[in-house]
Design a protein around this ligand. Structure first.
Ligand code: GDP
Length: 444
């Protein structure tokens, strides 16, 4: 995740402040240095880093923590506010008919993002269409078409045409009964004159409500120049940062946001159409600082639960929250979790979990990969109903029997039982967490 290092190193530094009620100049200096180091490592522009760390330092020294607030929470709040200021609001894309133009260099993730955004709008009840005008990159047409099929959204493209402006015009006409139009454009390796003049022409024909610049999170400082070029030619209202699953950087994209005086609209976090998140600045930064992002989490949980439930009418997720957690429940949970995406990302969204608890878990504790899940399912098929309902009754002998019966190793069987216990513990923590606790953590 972007600036991931900032999150963990800052949490480390801040934890040293635990118990202190006042901050010394050295304390502040150490926190500021840590922030600078992480931001620079994440490719954030030096001038931006200096501005940000100066204001954090100034405020941390000048402002007294409000009564009852620890020094740690005080600094955390200042960092949070200053980061929120830097990143700004998210790009406001209304849930209504509109036209969106995507710009960016080749390989930045435009085509993928077009299909992802269309999927996102369709889940919000709109009827989007993707129009592919990239005649430059071989394969762009097929790729866009396939992704739109997967996303179950309307697609327009013409593999035989060679005039992108004409395709855009024709595409808008052919899909006029759709309400959200997402127009994908061709990129080049670098900013070439013909790319700029082509996109200017498309821009005139399409007359978009919003133009988004798509940027690879790993882009680094080059983002700034690119952003300026596109800003000057078509005007950029927002940024989509892609491939956040693959890099701890993303700072370059922040520079682009700053350069175009725009904001972030979406984040891309994987290669499939569902791997998209609406950018929510406060949630994003809370997550970064280990404070959790309840809104994103509940959206993902809700979606995953709904999909799992759709397959099995008898299963009620609410039952799990009420009382006993059996292996049968765990099977459903794992299937739901698989749909939510990588668990370490999910964990980061849970308030209070992100920092402390995550750091204590073994690396593979959250590993609910397809392979493991498949093995677990085979193991569970070899267990009796009684064992599935009372997994704690399974002792060494039964582990042996289940391993033989399922053809899996005893270690795998034990892993399943351990995973169950861990999830049971996590659920107990959730149950013990009242609404007011959650609100308190969100406000921090
Ligand atoms: P375009 O040339 O700008 O249209 O870029 P594409 O949409 O074709 O993306 C280039 C490559 O990046 C493809 O292999 C995509 O699968 C991959 N990609 C795009 N977005 C993401 C993302 O959020 N995460 C990951 N891991 N890969 C992505």
């Amino acid at each position: 995740m972007v600036l991931d290092n900032l999150g963990s190193s800052l949490r480390g530094t801040l934890s040293k402040l635990q118990g202190k009620s006042r901050l010394s100049e050295e304390d502040v200096q150490e926190v500021v240095k840590e922030i600078q180091r992480s931001l620079l490592q994440a490719d954030v522009d030096v001038a931006l880093v200096m501005d940000l760390s100066d204001s954090i330092k100034q405020r941390a020294l000048d402002e007294d923590p409000p009564a009852g607030t620890s020094a740690r929470d005080h600094v955390l709040r200042i960092v949070y506010e200053e980061m929120t200021d830097l990143i700004g609001e998210s790009t406001k894309l209304p849930l209504e008919p509109q036209t969106i133009l995507l710009a960016g260099l080749q390989g930045s993730g435009k085509t993928t993002s077009a299909a992802k955004m269309a999927w996102w709008f369709s889940k919000k009840g709109l009827r989007p269409a993707v129009i592919q005008t990239d005649t430059f990159r071989p394969g762009a047409y097929d790729q866009a078409k396939q992704m739109c099929e997967r996303a179950e959204v309307e697609f327009y493209g013409d593999p035989d045409a060679d005039d992108p402006v004409e395709i855009a015009r024709e595409g808008l006409e052919q899909t006029s009964e759709r309400d959200v139009h997402i127009v994908d454009t061709a990129g080049r390796h670098a900013l070439e004159e013909d790319l700029i003049s082509e996109i200017e022409e498309i821009n005139t024909v399409v007359d978009p409500d919003t133009s988004l610049l798509v940027l690879d999170a790993a882009i680094g400082q080059g983002a700034k120049d690119q952003a300026r070029e596109f800003e000057n030619s078509i005007g950029i209202n927002g940024v989509v940062i892609t491939k956040l699953d693959g890099t701890a950087k993303g700072g370059g994209a922040l520079a682009a946001v700053n350069e175009t005086d725009s904001t972030i609209a979406f984040l891309g976090t994987g290669e499939t159409v569902q791997d998209i998140e609406r950018f929510e600045p406060s949630g994003f930064i809370s997550r970064l600082l280990g404070m959790g992002d309840l809104k994103q989490l509940s959206e993902r949980v809700e979606r995953a639960m709904r999909e799992t439930q759709a397959e099995d009418d008898d299963w009620e997720p609410e039952d799990v929250m009420k009382g006993q957690f059996t292996l049968n429940d765990m099977r459903k949970q794992m299937q739901a979790m698989n749909r939510m995406g990588p668990l370490d990302q999910v964990i980061d969204m849970i308030p209070g979990f992100g920092g402390s608890i995550r750091d204590q878990l073994p690396d593979d504790a959250m590993d609910v990969t397809q392979d493991r899940l498949r093995d677990f399912e085979v193991v569970m098929d070899s267990m009796t109903d009684d064992e599935l309902e009372n997994p704690r009754s399974v002792g060494a002998e039964r582990v042996q029997r289940i391993a033989r019966g399922s053809g899996k190793s005893e270690d795998r069987v034990r892993e399943l039982l351990e995973q169950h216990q861990m999830m049971e513990r996590m659920l107990k923590q959730f149950q013990g967490m009242g609404d007011s606790d959650m609100q308190r953590m969100m406000k921090k």
